[in-house]
Design a protein around this ligand. Structure first.
Ligand code: CMP
Length: 143
């Protein structure tokens, strides 16, 4: 049975690294803006080519990022996905699939944009992660 989306408290987001700059009030505001959703193993959370409507943080479990069936990255607790299509308005670049039972906190495109505009430390956190992923890709290409 598929669990329905739930709201959570700000405390539940305190362990997400890019939210570490937020105080309790800020965490509560972010928590109110989104919903948590549970996914069974094998569930495709984001589909390559689709229009991006949400940004996801992994609260528990693990996902694989796949392009044409090939796994290009694994992401776990505290990490995020779904930012690329929201940043440039292009289609989703990859499938993101739950490896085991996975719980995510999802923000709408609108809430993501608002957070990026009002919280410079969160924007910087997203940029740092994008740079980390680019470095990983560079490493693979030069191996
Ligand atoms: P988006 O394109 O919106 O949807 C698919 C997501 O997979 C993408 O955003 C990123 O969050 C994630 N993704 C794509 N490529 C990589 C990569 N090389 N490493 C980690 N995550 C990725």
């Amino acid at each position: 049975m598929k669990a329905s989306p739930r709201t959570i408290s700000g405390d539940a987001l305190a362990s997400v690294p890019i939210f570490s700059s937020l105080d309790a009030k800020g965490l509560d505001a972010v928590a109110k803006a989104g919903k948590t959703q549970s996914y069974d193993a094998g569930k495709t959370i984001v589909e390559a080519g689709a229009t991006g409507v949400g940004f996801f943080f992994i609260l528990g479990g693990e996902v694989e990022v796949r392009q044409r069936g090939r796994t290009i990255a694994k992401l776990g607790k505290g990490q995020f996905f779904g930012e690329m299509a929201l940043i440039d308005g292009q289609p989703r670049t990859a499938d993101v699939v739950a490896v085991g039972p996975t719980e995510c906190f999802a923000l709408s495109a609108w809430s993501f944009a608002s957070l990026i505009k009002t919280e410079p430390k969160i924007s910087l956190g997203v940029m740092k992660e994008l740079v980390r992923r680019l470095r990983e890709t560079d490493k693979v290409l030069t191996q």
